[in-house]
Design a protein around this ligand. Structure first.
Ligand code: AHR
Length: 525
């Protein structure tokens, strides 16, 4: 009898070890804010192999290309519907003089932001605009404030957007593009508190006020102007820039010439990188790490919620109507250089990165009212990339697959989802075991995405669903055998989505069996 009791206790313990039972609610009758598709934006910088090889191979390359832009990369990016691309940096933006990158005679220059690499300038304004048109995205161009001038920035805006019957437009036409480009987003400097000029926030705010007045479009829609925002938790920066740069100086505004109620900025950027620990330094390999690094990376990624909440609260005091967007235009994981791997912030991308992407996108959805654009760093071959290339070879990463699974949320309206998940613990660290999001699209289709952060244990999530008619369920699952599973050029599909069938209705209760370390997107129609 004692043996039987012990066996049962062990069986119960084993069952407990393998599946946590978590609960939650989903209300499909109360759609909230629109999840702007632009939060699925990406960032491309002239850094390492991000542009040269990653996107641009040149028209003479044996790698199949259209006007020098590689076809395999374009096809992969089109599949995940990239809405917007930020370019040319990063630190490089404040080092970039756009005239070097237009016209038939391109002279090399020095990329002093990144190891004094030779910048061939073969990929300039025309090539970038061609690239975003090929992938179906909108351009977000960062103007050089750090080493540039108002005049240079204004001339670039004219070059890109003035009609062809003006001098800047005629020059553009001579260089091959008659029609002005639509330029919906312009960034004013980059990390002006750091590589972009080491400014105090007061200084940046004053310079911003002057720059923004001249960074207009000369045809087509107005460009939304995005000011340099804070690094991580620099709340003083947010407060000062919002205070000094949001509005015209009182009594200095002509109501005839201006609409004094309109903010002088449309977006404030936020940069936040997920390091495996809470600070720079230490040893943080992109693969070959243990569970302590896994959970601490999750903890760091979850900090995005606190950062967005606190920066938004400061913005609310100056902009209660939320006219100014918080634009998280650099985010993602940042690990050590791979031993023997390429230079230029190249890193492998594992299942851990997929979880970071899912958790972060869920947070952006939660703050959809304020976070109206985000740009993961970076698109190809740099940091938390979607795509890795090696000469003619190309693979997509676990992060790419999350962006693929989450496409259904682009432009959809967020639905209230609550989760009561037991913490996932390792050592002295704990994080919520499950993170999730839900939305309804313009055709009335409801999607739920759930991420199991737990490296070892499966989770059974039981949701009480209000308003949905139980019907067929279709899902996609992303998981892999190990916490650092990744795709390589030799084995490109180790981490790849597959059909998910482990969800069921019982009345209005939806039960989802999440494997350990996984991301699931379910369609409830
Ligand atoms: O994304 C790499 C670099 O990180 C960017 O150039 C810079 O803005 C940030 O510090």
């Amino acid at each position: 009898m004692k043996v039987l009791a012990a066996t049962l206790a062990l069986a119960a313990a084993v069952a407990h070890v393998h599946v946590h039972a978590d609960t939650g609610t989903l209300n499909t009758t109360a759609p909230g804010a629109v999840i702007r598709k632009e939060v699925y934006g990406q960032f491309v910088e002239h850094l390492g192999r991000g542009v040269y090889e990653g996107i641009w191979v040149g028209t003479d390359s044996p790698i199949p290309n259209t006007r020098g832009i590689r076809d395999d990369v374009v096809a992969a990016l089109r599949r995940i519907k990239v809405p917007v691309v930020r370019w040319p940096g990063g630190c490089f933006a404040d080092d970039y003089h756009w005239r070097h990158g237009v016209g038939p005679q391109r002279q090399p220059s020095i990329n002093s932001s990144w190891s004094n690499a030779i910048e061939p300038n073969s990929f300039g304004t025309h090539e970038f605009m061609d690239f975003v048109e090929q992938i179906g995205a909108a351009p977000y161009v960062g103007v050089n404030m750090g080493s540039g001038s108002v005049e240079e920035g204004q001339a670039w805006m004219q070059y890109m957007t003035a009609p062809a019957n003006t001098a800047p437009g005629a020059e553009r036409a001579r260089n091959g593009r008659t029609e002005p480009w639509a330029l919906p987003y312009v960034g004013v400097g980059n990390e002006s508190w750091g590589c972009g000029g080491h400014m105090y926030p007061e200084e940046y705010a004053h310079r911003y006020r002057q720059f923004q007045g001249y960074l207009k479009t000369y045809s087509g829609p107005k460009a939304l102007k995005i000011a340099t925002g804070p690094d991580t938790d620099d709340y003083e920066w947010t407060d000062t820039v919002m205070k000094l740069a949001t509005r015209f100086r009182p009594n200095a505004t002509s109501p005839i010439l201006y609409a004094p109620t309109k903010p002088l900025l449309d977006g404030l950027s936020l940069h936040f990188y997920t390091l495996p620990s809470n600070r720079w330094g230490g040893v943080h390999p992109a693969r070959g790490f243990g569970e302590a690094a896994w959970i601490s990376t999750m903890k760091r990624a979850l900090l995005m919620d606190e950062l967005v909440s606190k920066h938004s609260a400061i913005m609310d005091t100056y902009d209660p109507k939320k006219e100014v967007a918080l634009v998280v235009d650099e985010w993602g994981t940042w690990y050590d250089k791979e031993p023997g791997g390429p230079d230029g912030l190249w890193q492998q991308n594992t299942l851990r990165d997929a979880l970071v992407a899912a958790v972060t996108l869920n947070i952006f959805h939660d703050h959809a009212e304020r976070v109206r654009m985000a740009n993961i760093a970076q698109m190809v071959n740099v940091l938390q990339a979607m795509i890795l290339t090696d000469g003619p070879r190309m693979i997509v990463t676990p992060t790419y697959h999350v962006f693929d699974l989450y496409q259904v949320h682009q432009g959809a309206r967020r639905l209230p989802l609550t989760l009561d998940a037991a913490p996932y613990r390792f050592g002295d660290m704990a994080v919520p075991g499950v993170s999730g999001t839900a939305s309804v699209d313009s055709s009335g289709r409801t999607h739920v995405s759930l991420a199991n952060l737990d490296a070892r244990q499966a989770r059974r999530v039981t949701l009480q669903v209000q308003g949905a008619k139980p019907g067929p369920l279709r899902g996609q699952l992303l998981t892999a055998p190990a916490i650092d599973s990744h795709n390589s050029f030799e084995t490109p599909a180790v981490v790849a989505p597959r059909a998910f069938t482990d969800a069921r209705w019982s009345g209005n209760t939806l039960t989802v069996e999440l494997p350990a370390r996984s991301v699931v997107t379910l369609a409830l129609h």
